[in-house]
Design a binder for this molecule. Sequence first.
Ligand code: 6PG
Length: 512
Amino acid sequence: MANQAVADVGLIGLAVMGENLALNMADHGFKVAVYNRTTEIMRKFIARENPPGGLVGCETLKELVAAIKKPRKIIILVKAGGAVDKVVQQLFEAGVEADDIVVDCGNSLWTDTIRREKEYASRCKFFGSGVSGGELGARFGPSMMPGGDPDSWRHLNPIWEAVAAKVDAKTGKPLESYVAGKPVIGGVPCTTYIGPNGAGHYVKMIHNGIEYIDMQLIGEAYSLMSNLLGMKAPEIGKVFEQWNSGDLDSYLIQITADILQQRDPVHPEGYLVDYVLDTAGQKGTGKWTSTNALDMGIPANSIAEAVFARCMSALKEERVEASKHLKGPPLLSPSYTGNREELINAIRDALYCSKICAYAQGFQLMREAQKEYKWVLNFAEIAAIWRGGCIIRARFLQKITDAYTRNKSLVNLMLDPYFNGQIQQGQANWRKIVSLAAANGVAAPAFMSALAYYDGYRSARLPANLLQGQRDYFGAHTYERTDAPRGKFFHLDWPEQTRPQITIIPGSGGGH
Ligand code: 6PG
């Protein structure tokens, strides 16, 4: 029990992320006061692991507040939503003061963070930080996306930089977090100040939207190898292992290789993945990203498609029933009779091109959001802190860092010369895979939506002219003309007219 202010930082919420982040901070020499609503969990944690006395167990929030040096820095790692507000209120009752910094490190909705910062302004400095990397990341170095008052960031910075994952300054490759049991000193930390109020949580949400589509694309590559080539899980795992030594080198590809080669504990002659039920869960961050894309009018169709793919997977019973009635092309096994190596390479190219589109959508969202919220986001730095620690860490992120370093106002990632070149190289294969998927009835919504995004974005003219005609026809919604300046709106009295009369409507697009 603590009776004087000895701790550098406090942490509330000792689920696995909280425990691991506390241990990570303690390893880096910070004294951490820890609290959990169920005291027994805190006691067990302290009894189990207390790296050289770095943890101070607190049984009440009052004790926790008293144990931390001022201005207090208190990390909350509880379930996103109402629980965060509840803990903050309890902290006020426990003695938190206006200069104290209360940091929400959960996956909170960025608008909640904006609201909380304002609402609690007179009682504490509320700060939001995205943390990515799962359990291991929290323990050995996550990627951290802090957002809030810059002055609070100055206080938090030393802790964040110490505990974050590190990458090599030149290559951007993740470094070992611990060598001979000691935390690594040096390297570039995977954290940077993102911006005020909800900026950190917003960027974390985009990270998760990208995580969703990254995972879905990998799933589709697996499904295509399985359905088109009749390959079995461990064989596909080996392909991912190979891909992991090239441009696709990433944490998600690496774990996919492991997962596919994992034998089943119940049926050791088989592979685990073949026994895992094909219904995906989700906690909501991908949905938030997609909803936000719709709200801002940004075509992040592949990110949304990845969310819908999870929704589709969840309709297991319906799908099983429908599979008996809705027929597609006959399933040959393997259905593809061409060169197998070539097809595997084509799937890799399709995956890489689609991945570029997915990231382009994520960055396009951030570009729009910064206008909406008056943030100034540094995309090169955001890509740089995703190079290590987080779930989407990948060699690819060095390329994105380079792209935004070359041109910080890059309008779309696909327009960067490197990425444009990659798409040019891969697109014939990408189209081939999408065609094969369609011809053989293999669902590949993420590959397809990414290609639709690419083709839509590169189209100087889309069929929205006809759509505008339809809107004007049935609802007098007006249209702009190719031979008139932008912002000038026209309407035609469609059905009655034999000789059309054009009315010019002043101002913006009207209608009813
Ligand atoms: C991370 C992850 C993490 C997320 C899980 C589960 O960056 O460490 O994004 O924050 O909660 O990946 O998300 P879903 O349950 O929605 O798949």
